[in-house]
Design a protein around this ligand. Structure first.
Ligand SMILES: Cc1ncc(COP(=O)(O)O)c(C=O)c1O
Length: 150
């Protein structure tokens, strides 16, 4: 089966459908980068970072090359130590567990809430290991955050 979905049923991945409404805008943006010959960082990335920071109300935003890089860099900021658990969902792309491993953590999977498809807070609580003697718990979560107030 093709990932673009030329067989029966719902396609596994349908990027064309997602991009169709903005394809003209996308191609113009790609053309601007090519014309500027600015393929690493440069004005376009700086504009993106400024716009993203404003949109999410953050002091700064950092553009990276891929979703995998974003996960890895965020996890590196936690200074994980060998054996530290990072609770995540199996309902994700394999890059999630890969980024946890590559940043020194150990993926521990907790199930999702089938109503929201986010991590189920009760499942997360059930997957936390007790702290080692003399050491605070180093469990953390990676993935889409549930509403913890529920
Ligand atoms: C949930 C999730 N995380 C991470 C990634 C990795 O992103 P990238 O392919 O840009 O490295 C993907 C890619 O599909 C994803 O679906």
């Amino acid at each position: 089966m093709s990932v673009t979905g030329d067989s029966e049923g719902v396609p596994f991945l349908d990027i064309e459908r997602q991009e169709a409404p903005i394809s003209g805008e996308l191609m113009e943006a790609v053309a601007r980068v090519v014309e500027a010959r600015s393929y690493v960082l440069g004005a376009t990335v700086a504009e993106f970072e400024t716009a993203m920071a404003e949109r999410v109300g953050a002091g700064h935003a950092v553009g990276v090359a891929s979703g995998s890089d974003a996960l890895y860099l965020a996890l590196r900021l936690l200074d994980l130590e060998p054996g530290d658990e990072v609770i995540t969902t199996p309902f994700t792309f394999f890059a999630t567990a890969g980024a946890i491993e590559n940043s020194g953590g150990r993926p521990v999977f907790a199930d999702i809430d089938p109503r929201t498809f986010n991590l189920d807070p009760a499942a997360v609580r059930g997957r936390r290991s007790p702290s080692a003697p003399g050491r605070s718990s180093r469990s953390t979560c990676s993935g889409r955050w549930p509403r913890w107030s529920r």
